[in-house]
Design a binder for this molecule. Structure first.
Ligand SMILES: Nc1ncnc2c1ncn2[C@@H]1O[C@H](COP(=O)(O)OP(=O)(O)OP(=O)(O)O)[C@@H](O)[C@H]1O
Length: 218
């Protein structure tokens, strides 16, 4: 297995607490669709798996190596969380795409400008955006730019949290086409949250349902 998590355990809610325990595994090229009603804890699971917040138990493994053996900064390079609301920093679009390479997340690598521009074209983004102030881009442009930035970092696992929510149909299809190509490269896999079934063009799908324990049949 390329990426595996076992008995990830976390509690949601303040007064009425809900305890969730989930496990899953994905091979090279597979996509695990994480489903569940709004508020079920899907984004929370992604934040735990990318080690942006702690859970209360369980263990994840990247290429067979436990997260207990890998520092969280290195883990996050390879288990990359793409949040529902994209984070863009003050500065141009180019600056935003280069941002991960300024820090340890990008390792020793530099931004591949040609690849960045090629991805922009594939995702129906105008190259005129390159020098635009990132705070002025539209919601749909912002989500595609954050997706491009994630691909440029080239993680092993992409945790995609409703990546097409702000996109129109052609842009949605373009995003899944780019993702599909990325998944065909070695050592790539993804987990995906989506409230609509717009990901049908992806292959090798698996499903994980997050439901309240009281509704479980097992
Ligand atoms: N930092 C936080 N502090 C308090 N409650 C939180 C926090 N983050 C999430 N929650 C709560 O935990 C629950 C699960 O949130 P989460 O974002 O994981 O759900 P989700 O399944 O991704 O929902 P959606 O499909 O609506 O995005 C929600 O009730 C949410 O209000």
């Amino acid at each position: 297995m390329l990426f595996e998590f076992k008995d990830i355990n976390y509690t949601l809610g303040n007064e009425t607490k809900r305890n969730i325990i989930v496990s899953g595994a994905v091979k090279n090229g597979e996509v695990l669709i994480v489903r569940g009603p709004s508020g079920a804890g899907k984004s929370t699971l992604f934040r735990i798996l990318s080690r942006l917040r702690p859970g209360s138990g369980g263990e994840a493994f990247l290429m067979g190596k436990s997260w207990l053996q890998i520092p969280s900064t290195s883990w996050r390079i390879n288990v990359h969380y793409l949040a529902q609301k994209p984070t863009l920093f003050d500065g141009t679009v180019a600056y935003n795409l280069a941002k991960p390479f300024e820090t340890r997340v990008g390792g020793q690598r530099k931004l591949d400008k040609n690849r960045a521009k090629e991805l922009m074209k594939q995702l129906h983004l105008s190259l005129e955006l390159w020098n635009q102030d990132a705070r002025t881009v539209s919601g749909g442009e912002a989500s595609r730019l954050a997706f491009i930035r994630a691909l440029l970092v080239d993680p092993v696992v992409l945790l995609l949290d409703e990546p097409t929510a702000a996109l129109d149909e052609p842009a949605r299809q373009a995003l899944y086409q780019v993702l599909s190509g990325w998944l065909k490269e070695p050592n790539h896999t993804a987990l995906l949250i989506s409230h609509n079934n717009d990901y049908r063009q992806l292959e090798q799908l698996k499903y994980l349902d997050i439901i309240e324990p009281s509704k479980r049949r097992d």
